[in-house]
Design a protein around this ligand. Structure first.
Ligand code: ZN
Length: 684
């Protein structure tokens, strides 16, 4: 591992932050934090922490000694001065004399020492940083170091490798006790340049940001050399590679996603989103002959348990199974995992006095040698973090096994971190959005109503897939909602099947279909040519049937219900002159929705219709509005507001109706009208 320190970049950050009134030592501290954070082999996703001791002027005008420590909620790669809150150093040093302190009291003391009362809570390793008498301190969970210390004889290995420069600390849970332990060790090793924490990670320090950082790089490089010598190297992470098991993935993912959803009873589920990875390194790890054993020993560093639970679910031997066998196998494996997790909780909760609140028993990582490594989360972002952390675990475990034997913490130590009182206090405080965990596909998602609908679902926390025959339009909408864009001509059955497979491989399945694509085709019904009418039926009726059929097939494999939402039109209920080629297939769409509601109600799949009218869109352009208003001797505003409420109906109003129908858990076979009020077109 090479030092990335670049004097020019460092100087430009000093100038940048100097202009904002921050001293050079803080700017350089920020610079080295970002260097550490930029390499996932050192830290990832909020892992690791850093500090700097300096003097700052407080409100009375007095210069006091402060320590700035990484705050919770900040990642090192993107840290700013606000992410390193300052505390009075003296207030933290006073705590040295206390032999014991609860973690809650410790966090309170840290917050009470803040110069800015609104700053984020500093790392739980703050006291460790405060009590080590060096100006700049870096802490990482470097992969190569973990491969050395996550061994049954990790202490001897660490001593052989580092005894000339680093002190060594046995495993102690992070918090007050670890701070005291490290302080006592450093007191007897005053010349140490850092400390190795067995089964956890490494600290280095120095009198400048550069010194601490370059010591970190040098120490990690030593470990990397040992790993390289044993294994031929910890290869850099890559993406892509040969796509494996694609057809199997499209079949298995909805079954797996359905099994991972938690049944909340009364027709409700806590859904999850999946993120599958299949790089060559991952696939190699998954082929390990003792995958089950080595992946079940525990996390490679304690705080990973918060992201990936104590062990993954391993799913092997799926290829060649019939749909029924696959279903039985996957559900049995998930149930077995949950049972085992509940037993682990029960045993350990009893050990600590029985006051912990059980977390959900759903796996966060699935290792399936035929499919890849799959992260599980309540949102795609969370699933991706679980997959990243699991990938790091795979890398460290592989390296540790090539050196010797991978060993993790004891079960009790793992539980104590997973069920830490500070973590338990966070439970129930996050407000999940109403459609978090839902996957929604919207046809015609690049159009006016489609993109408003995509934004409406994204606001409620859903993962959104935008299907459109126009790739650019699909991409524009997908970008706005951080979703997936798929080019798809919905009148092409093969294209629809391909798109649905892509959705299953990307997210694991589908919960809501908004069948919205359509095109207004006009003509007098008595004289319209057959080809025009059939063309309209292809898009305005059969395409709805094709996407609904494909969506229902996925929903049935998940066994967690689902929602079909169709965009009909006023024409379906209140036909206008010369609009037959459009209105007749749309009337059939209303019948289609009712038929799905009848045939799949028992599977908890709902089907509803939105009947919108007079929306500015690709179907009702500015030019059409001008012409129609003129034909009726009305202003455009009068024409667009020609309803009982006298208000123009916006695409967002239609989107709201789709979202509402997705949320209305006891509503099926319903038509919701969004037209500002038109009794002639109302449902009778
Ligand atoms: Zn740590």
């Amino acid at each position: 591992m090479k030092s990335l320190w670049n004097a020019e970049d460092a100087a430009s950050l000093v100038t940048h932050y100097g202009g904002m009134g921050y001293p050079a030592e803080l700017a350089l501290r920020i610079y080295s934090c970002r260097l550490l954070g930029s390499d996932p082999r050192l830290v990832q996703h909020g892992g690791g922490n850093t500090s700097v001791k300096m003097r700052e002027r407080i409100v009375t005008g007095e210069d006091v000694a402060v320590i700035r420590v990484k705050g919770s909620g900040w990642n090192l790669d993107a840290i700013e001065p606000a992410g390193m809150p300052a505390m009075k150093l003296a207030a933290l040093q006073e705590l040295k004399s206390i032999p014991q302190m609860s973690d809650e009291a410790m966090v309170n003391a840290q917050r009470a020492a803040l110069l800015d009362a609104s700053a984020p809570t500093p790392s739980v390793e703050t006291l460790l940083h405060a009590w080590v008498p060096h100006a700049v301190i870096d802490h990482t969970h470097a992969n190569a170091v973990l491969a050395i210390v996550d061994q049954p004889d990790g202490e001897n290995r660490a001593r052989d490798m580092y005894a000339d420069v680093l002190a060594i600390c046995p495993y102690v849970m992070p918090g007050f006790a670890l701070a005291q332990k490290v302080r006592s060790i450093v007191e007897v090793h005053p010349s140490a340049q850092g400390i190795v924490l067995l089964k956890h990670g490494i600290f280095t320090w120095g009198e400048s940001a550069r010194e601490a950082y370059e010591r970190m790089i040098a120490m990690v490089t030593r470990a990397e050399r040992a790993v390289d010598a044993a294994s031929g190297g910890m290869t850099a992470r890559t993406t892509g590679g040969p796509r494996q098991g694609e057809a199997l993935a499209a079949r298995v993912m909805p079954v797996l996603r359905g099994a991972l959803a938690e049944d909340l009873g009364a027709g409700a589920w806590k859904r999850v989103v999946l993120d599958r990875r299949e790089s060559p390194e991952i696939m190699r790890y998954l082929q390990h002959p003792r995958l089950q054993a080595i992946s079940h020993r525990g996390p490679v560093t304690p705080d990973h348990v918060l992201r990936i639970k104590p062990w993954p679910l391993v799913l092997q031997g799926l290829a060649g199974m019939s749909d029924e066998e696959l279903e039985r196998r996957v559900r049995a494996a998930v149930n077995e995992f949950r049972l085992r997790y509940r037993q682990y909780f029960g045993r350990n909760n009893q050990r600590v006095g029985g006051d912990r609140r059980a977390l959900d028993a759903t796996p966060r990582v699935v290792l399936a040698p035929e499919l890849g490594l799959i992260g599980v989360g309540s949102r795609l972002g969370e699933a991706a973090i679980a997959a990243d952390v699991a990938q790091t675990n795979a890398e460290v475990i592989s390296a540790a096994e090539s050196l010797g034997e991978f060993a993790s913490l004891s079960e009790a130590d793992i539980f104590d971190v997973e069920y830490w009182s500070l973590e338990q206090a966070k439970l129930g405080k996050s407000t999940a959005r109403r459609l978090a965990g839902y996957v929604v596909a919207i046809t015609g998602g690049g159009g006016t109503i489609g993109s408003a609908t995509a934004r409406g679902f994204a606001r409620e926390g859903a993962e959104v897939v935008v299907l459109d025959s126009d790739m650019q339009a699909a991409l524009t909408t997908a970008k706005a909602v951080q979703g997936l864009a798929l080019t798809c001509d919905v009148t092409d059955r093969g294209a629809v099947a391909g798109a649905m497979d892509s959705i299953c491989r990307r997210y694991g399945g589908l919960d809501v279909l908004v069948s919205n694509a359509g095109s207004a085709i006009t003509g007098t019904i008595g004289t319209v040519d057959d080809a025009t009418l059939r063309r309209s039926f292809e898009l305005n009726f059969f395409a709805h049937q094709t996407v609904a059929q494909a969506a229902v097939a996925i929903m049935l494999r998940q066994k967690t219900g689902g929602v079909l939402l169709f965009n009909a039109s006023k024409q379906a209920l209140n036909p206008g002159p010369d609009f037959g080629p459009y209105g007749v297939p749309k009337a059939a769409v209303v019948a289609l929705a009712k038929q799905y509601a009848i045939d799949y109600g028992a599977a908890r799949i709902r089907a509803n219709v939105v009947n919108a009218d007079r929306i500015r869109s690709g179907l009702l352009t500015g030019q059409m509005i001008a012409e129609r208003a003129a034909a009726r001797s009305l202003s455009e505003a009068q024409y667009m507001g020609g309803n009982l409420l006298g208000l123009e109906v916006r695409p967002e109003d239609v989107a709201e109706a789709f979202v509402t129908l997705a949320l209305a858990e006891r509503t099926t076979a319903a038509i919701v009208t969004v037209d500002g009020g038109n009794v002639a077109a109302s449902v009778r």
